[in-house]
Design a protein around this ligand. Structure first.
Ligand code: NAG
Ligand code: NAG
Length: 615
């Protein structure tokens, strides 16, 4: 790592002598962290976006997700790398521990790794890491991030850390889950459901037992470890490793638990897994695909009387979730190696498997295809012959693993390729290089830099049954700050290692163009006409006919309720008049969103360019 900075300490102020791009990093960092600008809650938790009228993955802008917290780690790691001050990095990790890794996990002492979660139609295998983690950390709690947090407790469930349904008066961030159905149909519900709110069984459609459940988005946990790895590198170079060593041990522990992302949903054998009771249950690591998969779920009963707890993994792996840096870090950085006996060898296997996967899943044109599943139609069905013709460790190609549309969003390409480019930058691995060469030569033909604007692909559409015949067509071009930034960062890392001058020049042009055209007083933004908000009149999804319930704030939920009906807080939103006008037949709200992850993505692209090229 090239890091030629002279750091001068003057009266407690850190002055950095650096190039233009690191200066821009510091300028943007200053805006993101300025408490007047609205990116963070009073607890120091980054919101999904400054603006609250925001429905995309979260259903309110002042919810947050593990993604935002992971970007916060990486952003603050780089701030340490540039300024020499790692205290913000340590604090960012405390936010993860204090607010996103849930403590309320009743009955985990009843978890039996040898009987994970069989059903009448699926024989589940054994969980091969449960006992190992218990012996490393002393209990059966699972320690990864839940993915969704109602930071301002706007729903009023009051599932604050360590508590279950304290209600609207609880002061502090509350763990929630998105409801079933589309985002606009979903009934947001509490992670810990004591049946205090909702219907007679709370928000549980199929359980009459008060219960809790969490789910992780493992790409975010992995991104946090990536950030910790860079902090470790930069702190080592500056002789400041001891400043962050306790944080690194927390990241290492997260990496230990994150291995749950490697397993089939029901711990069944990986590969050619057809038939819920026919495909063999795993007996050890034969249930591991070793890729970063879609989710980890865990939960249980609240009462200890007849209590139980369960864990579920995922056999759906998307190319957009892979993170070879995290795998590399957990194997090679002595400060990050997890302590469980088989953890390092598992992550080593993951590193190799991910690199093979990138090569296998890349389409002939350059874009990465979707991914693979171990469970066709999510029921261990028998796939069509065309799918069976080309498998990955016996797993089936799926253009849209996870959910329909997962591969359409271009960030799945640029986020993942950026991580592969960082890995290539560190190691020079020829497997990474060949995938990057092809992807970079394709993306360079797709970026249009003009004086007043910039466009890149922002969405794709897909055809094909296997990576052999999979084809992506660009279905939308535009400038999304986060996507453009992650493309620029990919080109930066790739250029720094390969010496490709075209990639370097394009990265610079993109960064300059956005700095010129998209700056505003609190970061970077583009004006978006938010047509999707017409869907606030969508009726909520209730799978059981006749179900009715009540939210903590007294709002009624029934089959005729709409998204907006159960979220009347939107009527107090600073942007409400625009939405009201839209619903009355006017034009769609025009909002300059400031998504936390996008601001961080841009800052990280500027900082990477500055650090790698000393410009
Ligand atoms: C929308 O709300 C944001 C704050 O969330 C505010 O900065 C912006 O000015 C509002 N826009 C309009 C057009 O009301
Ligand atoms: C159904 O819920 C809506 C608000 O979500 C409420 O306005 C309406 O009165 C409720 N209907 C009944 C029959 O309770």
């Amino acid at each position: 790592m090239k890091l030629v900075l002279s750091i001068v300490l003057v009266a407690g102020l850190v002055t950095v002598q650096a190039g233009e791009y690191t200066q821009r990093f510091l300028e943007l960092y200053g805006e993101i962290t300025n408490s007047n600008n609205g990116y963070y809650s009073k607890e120091g938790i980054p919101y999904h976006s400054v603006e609250t009228m925001m429905v995309e993955s979260v259903d309110y802008g002042h919810e947050t997700d593990s993604e935002a917290l992971s970007y916060n780690i990486w952003l603050k790691a780089m701030y340490g790398g540039i300024s020499g001050d790692f205290s913000a990095f340590n604090e960012a990790w405390n936010v993860i521990e204090n607010y996103m890794i849930p403590e309320t996990q009743y009955n985990t002492d009843k978890y039996d790794p040898s009987a994970a979660a069989s059903t009448s139609t699926i024989t589940a295998g054994i969980d091969p890491i449960g006992n190992e983690l218990k012996s490393s950390y002393g209990d059966n709690n699972l320690r990864v991030m839940h993915w969704l947090l109602d930071v301002d407790n706007i729903y009023g469930f009051g599932n604050t850390q360590g508590n279950c349904e304290l209600g609207p008066s609880a002061n502090g961030p509350s763990f929630v889950n998105n409801g079933a159905g589309s985002l606009f149909q979903g009934i947001t519900y509490p992670t810990c459901d004591s049946f205090k709110y909702g219907g007679s069984n709370g928000f549980s459609w199929y359980s009459s037992v008060p219960n809790w459940q969490y789910s992780a988005a493992p790409d975010a946990d992995a991104r946090s470890i990536l950030g910790a790895y860079w902090a470790s590198q930069w702190a080592t170079q500056q002789g400041k490793l001891s400043d962050i060593s306790s944080t690194l041990s927390k990241a290492s522990k997260l990496g230990d638990y994150l291995r749950y992302t490697f397993f089939d949903k029901h711990f069944k054998q990986i590969g050619n897994c057809v038939g819920g009771t026919v495909c063999p249950a795993g007996t050890g690591k034969d249930s591991a695909h070793y890729l970063i998969s879609w989710y980890i779920g865990w939960g249980g009963a609240i009462s200890s009387n007849g209590g139980y707890s369960w864990r579920m993994c995922s056999g759906e792996a998307h190319s957009g979730y892979q993170n070879p840096i995290t795998a590399y870090a957990l194997v090679n950085d002595p400060n990050l190696k997890p302590s469980s006996a088989s953890a390092v060898s598992d992550w080593q296997a993951s590193l190799e498997r991910q690199l093979e996967f990138y090569q296998w899943v890349q389409t002939s044109d350059g874009p990465l295809g979707g991914g693979v599943t171990n469970s066709w139609e999510e029921s261990y069905a028998d796939p069509p012959a065309a799918v069976k013709a080309n498998t990955f460790y016996g797993m089936w190609y799926k253009s849209q693993p996870g959910y329909e549309g997962a591969s359409d969003w271009f960030g799945m390409q640029s986020w993942s390729m950026d991580r592969l480019a960082q890995y290539y930058y560190l190691t020079g691995d020829s497997r990474a290089q060949s995938v990057l060469e092809k992807w970079v030569s394709w993306i360079l033909t797709q970026i249009n830099v003009q004086t007043n604007y910039l466009t890149t692909p922002v969405s794709l559409s897909w055809t094909g049954n296997t990576p052999w015949d999979a084809k992506a067509s660009v279905s939308g071009y535009g400038n999304m700050i986060g996507i453009s930034s992650s493309i620029a960062r990919t080109l930066t890392y790739y250029a720094a290692k390969s010496g490709n001058t075209q990639a370097k020049s394009m990265a610079k042009q993109m960064l300059d163009n956005m700095w010129q055209n998209n700056r505003d007083s609190i970061g970077l933004s583009v004006t978006t006409s938010v047509d999707s908000l017409s869907q606030v009149t969508t009726k909520v999804y209730i799978p059981i006919s006749g179900w009715t319930g009540v939210y903590p704030n007294g709002e009624q939920i029934n089959e005729s309720s709409t998204f907006l009906d159960i979220r009347s807080f939107y009527k107090n939103d600073p942007n409400w008049s625009q939405l009201q006008n839209y619903l009355n037949g006017g034009s769609a709200p025009k909002i300059n969103y400031h998504r936390f992850w996008e601001q961080a993505d841009m800052a990280l692209a500027l900082g990477a360019y500055g650090l790698l090229f000393n410009e």
